[in-house]
Ligand binder design. Structure first.
Ligand SMILES: O=C(O)[C@H](O)CO
Length: 322
């Protein structure tokens, strides 16, 4: 009897997760990292499950192409803005994701990106490697410190709360946050719930750690960028779509804000001719928020177990309810 089929929409997934799947499924692993939508469309028919990432678009057309065998999508991410939930619901497909296991790693990346941006690490590193380290003045390569600053965290879920805890150790002067509800854990750190407009106006460092959806698309728009302090540094570890990127580029080009540290952008990968590529006050990372070996391995195992749970008709370890 033939076994149900899983499509793994990327290559080089940790073998431990592939082995888990192989015990129960026929597993087809794609042989590129950035699988095109056309390739995905070709491979999904007859599959029971798709193991995917935010680089893949799970829309109605893909779901229809997969056909009635498709029962579960397991995304190796906490974000699921790349999945059309109404189409999933319409065709009765369940969605697994990977919250919690990546919280600390993403928060670590955020703190690193914030420091690298405000203290100009990459600019300084480039100067050292290209002979720019000569005749330096006292204020050469100086940035702004985090101590005594106002930090604003947009979206205080698990990741935002962990970032707040870590930054507290830097002796910041004030912690602002936005959230649908008060967060006692963040309040206990001295955090203050404010509106997004208050946050962008008052913060020296603005950190986006919020999910992308209809309500949060372009939450950082031209008007809000105009309200930021002239030295404000914007850090985004959520999704590129949270920011009106053209407005950000304009503000950076005109030095209306201090800088930006972006782990996510639009599109991904960012084309080499993007103006962001040429800016000294911008640090760009290739969406590596959760990229520690331990965390990515845990995420892969969790994604496999989410998929297996559907085959077993048991509770999924981490299921998106919609
Ligand atoms: O959604 C996620 O999991 C983050 O973007 C990290 O990849």
């Amino acid at each position: 009897m033939s076994r149900p089929k899983v499509l793994v929409a990327m290559k080089l997934v940790p073998e431990i997760a592939i082995d888990l799947l192989r015990k129960r499924f026929d597993v087809e692993v794609c042989d590129s990292i950035l699988v095109t939508q056309a390739e995905l469309m070709k491979k999904v028919p007859g599959k029971f499950a798709i193991f995917c990432s935010p680089a893949n678009k799970i829309d109605e057309e893909l779901i229809k192409t997969a056909g009635p065998s498709l029962k579960v999508v397991g995304t190796i991410s906490v974000g699921y803005d790349h999945v059309d939930l109404s189409a999933m619901k319409k065709y009765g497909i369940r969605l697994g994701y990977t919250p919690d296991v990546l919280t600390e790693t993403v928060a670590e990346t955020t703190v690193g990106l914030l420091i690298a941006t405000t203290r100009r690490f990459f600019e300084a590193n480039h100067a050292v490697k290209t002979g720019g380290w000569k005749d330096v003045t006292l204020l050469w390569m100086c940035g702004r410190g985090i101590r005594n600053s106002v930090v604003g965290i947009v979206g205080c879920g698990n990741i935002g709360t962990s970032i707040a805890k870590k930054l507290k150790a830097f002796e910041i002067s004030q912690l602002l946050y936005t959230s649908r509800t008060e967060k006692p854990a963040v309040n206990a750190l001295g955090g203050k719930l404010v509106t997004i407009d208050e946050l962008v106006e008052q913060s020296d460092f603005i950190i986006l750690s919020i999910a992308l959806n209809e309500d949060t698309k372009f939450i950082i728009n031209k008007e809000r960028i105009a309200k930021m302090k002239s030295h404000a540094v914007l850090v985004n570890i959520g999704r590129g779509g949270l920011i009106d990127q053209d407005a950000l580029i304009e503000a950076l080009q005109e030095n209306r804000i201090g800088g930006a540290g972006l782990d996510v952008m639009t599109p991904e990968p960012l084309p080499l001719d993007s103006p962001l590529m040429k800016m000294d006050n911008v640090v760009l990372l290739p969406h590596i928020g959760s990229a520690s070996v331990e965390t990515r391995t845990e995420m892969a195992i969790l994604t496999a177990n989410n998929i297996i749970a559907v085959l077993d008709n048991t509770v999924m370890p981490k299921e998106v309810q919609f």
